[in-house]
Write a protein that binds this ligand. Structure first.
Ligand SMILES: *[C@@H]1O[C@H](CO)[C@@H](O)[C@H](O)[C@H]1NC(C)=O
Ligand SMILES: *[C@@H]1O[C@H](CO)[C@@H](O)[C@H](O)[C@H]1NC(C)=O
Length: 461
């Protein structure tokens, strides 16, 4: 071997040695040495009695939707989760100081995180399947989640209501002796984080978020849970402008229509108003769930509707009583109606008393008029007295004529009295109608005002 060759081979050895000694600083090298294909597929603890502690943290990003009729809330959250794998660890000094490694792997164990309130698994959450491995075996995972969960809403104060929605995170299969859920931050930090990022695009504003951990017992088995309580408040402006104010306007309109004197016109008007009001009821119905707890607003609407119907019935009655139909106007007002309505109710309703009293005086029937009878008798007596004195046929004729005229006058008088009686009955009926009308108006106004006051009280409490 020539010295030349020896030199070259020496040099190449040195060179190669240098190459071999250069440490491999790639993530690939670390991943290969971790050998995740044989990593633990069961809970990664060296002693089975060891508990795995899963730390989670949730930041509420936004409330996408609150469905009142389905009683569900759609929220968008950022979730952080951490646990320890006792089989994964490395010395950073052996791998160029790598302390963390992002992997996209299905080979190691992950806790089965379950949200207890979730109702739909139509997972529209963005998929970010990366896990961060730490050299001490800690594995963390952060992901955004779109959660559709049940939220028991109390809508009694709708639309001035506050709601509390809970999100309970826990394992579905591992009991509390296997997995312990633990919140990473306390309530004040979680709340602050949520307030910082919360994007309100909907009708809800975030009040606060609180967190606590608890155990949930189901058939003698306990599961560890971390529960986030989200307190939100509805922005009522839309409902006030689109539902409550128009409804109040319609009610006022209906009350005002009680002052229309023509009953037929009033009926037409009232029917139109009640139609408009039922549209409002339809809108409200579409918003609310079919639960047994009814909002105060619904009760108010219902009472308003009832009063509208009552006032329509009252108007029909009034129009019947004041009708020009002779079959009604001929009949006398019954005595009990006279006492009940014309006497007592008129006083309660501050109705003009003199007019009421005047109507109470019943006109005397023509047939039993003693004065009439007296006059006719007297005249006949006078005529009889004169008869024997005058035997003239002319005089007889005159007397006959006078008698006839007298009879005619009496008939006319009777007719006049009857007519008067009739108009009296009519005006009495119309007075009854007026009093009933006013009673309904007062009742209507008082009821609606009272219920409205109660509703305001409920809302402000
Ligand atoms: C888990 O088990 C190992 C071995 O028995 C023990 O050294 C370790 O302290 C345990 N860890 C916990 C968190 O109990
Ligand atoms: C919550 O945690 C933060 C930071 O960890 C701390 O400063 C604060 O005092 C804690 N608040 C409560 C109420 O424990």
């Amino acid at each position: 071997m020539s010295p030349h060759m020896l030199l070259i081979s020496l040099l190449s050895l040195i060179f190669l040695d240098k190459v071999w000694c250069q440490p491999d600083c790639s993530f690939q090298n670390l991943l290969q040495s971790l050998d995740l294909t044989s990593a633990s597929k069961v809970r990664p603890v060296r002693n089975w009695k060891n508990k795995s502690i899963v730390t989670i943290d949730m930041t509420l990003y936004t409330i996408v939707d609150m469905d009142m009729s389905m009683q569900t809330a759609t929220t968008f959250v950022w979730l952080y989760m951490a646990w320890r794998d006792e089989y994964i660890s490395w010395n950073p000094d052996d791998f160029c100081g790598i302390t963390e490694l992002f992997v996209n792997s299905d080979y190691f164990w992950k806790p089965d995180l379950y949200i207890y309130e979730m109702t739909e698994d139509e997972d529209k959450s963005p998929q970010i399947p990366y896990y961060l491995l730490h050299d001490n075996g800690k594995i963390t995972n952060a992901m955004p989640l779109r959660i559709i969960s049940t939220c028991n809403m109390d809508i009694f104060k709708f639309p001035f209501d506050n709601q509390t929605c809970k999100l309970s995170f826990g394992s579905y299969v591992y009991t509390v002796s296997d997995i312990v859920m633990w919140p990473k931050s306390n309530s004040s930090v979680v709340n602050q984080n949520a307030q910082n990022v919360f994007a309100s695009k909907d009708e809800w504003v975030l009040q606060s978020v609180a967190v606590y951990n608890t155990t949930y017992k189901s058939m003698d088995v306990e599961y560890s849970q971390v529960i986030y309580s989200i307190y939100i408040k509805r922005v009522p402006v839309v409902y006030v402008l689109n539902l409550i104010i128009p409804a109040c306007f319609l009610v006022f309109l209906d009350i005002a229509s009680m002052f229309i004197h023509n009953c037929e016109n009033r009926l037409d008007f009232k029917i139109t108003v009640i139609l408009g009001f039922s549209v409002m009821l339809l809108i409200l119905n579409a918003l609310l769930p079919n639960s047994d707890n009814t909002p105060m607003l619904g009760i108010f609407f219902c009472i308003c509707m009832a009063m509208m119907v009552l006032s329509i019935i009252g108007t029909v009655g009034t129009s019947y009583m004041t009708a020009t139909d002779p079959s009604i106007s001929n009949s006398q007002v019954p005595v009990w109606v006279k006492i009940l309505i014309l006497k007592h109710l008129a006083r309660i309703m501050f109705f003009k008393k003199d007019s009421a009293k005047e109507e109470l005086v019943t006109p005397v029937a023509a047939d039993n008029d003693p004065e009439n009878a007296k006059i006719s008798e007297a005249t006949e007596d006078v005529l009889d007295e004169k008869r024997p004195l005058e035997n003239n046929s002319n005089v007889k004729k005159e007397v006959k004529l006078l008698k006839r005229i007298l009879l005619e006058i009496l008939r006319i008088h009777r007719k006049l009295v009857l007519d008067l009686q009739q108009t009296d009955a009519t005006s009495e009926w119309s007075l009854v109608a007026q009093i009933v009308d006013r009673l309904i108006l007062v009742l209507y106004f008082i009821t609606v005002t009272l219920v409205f006051m109660i509703m305001l009280c409920v809302w402000t409490i």
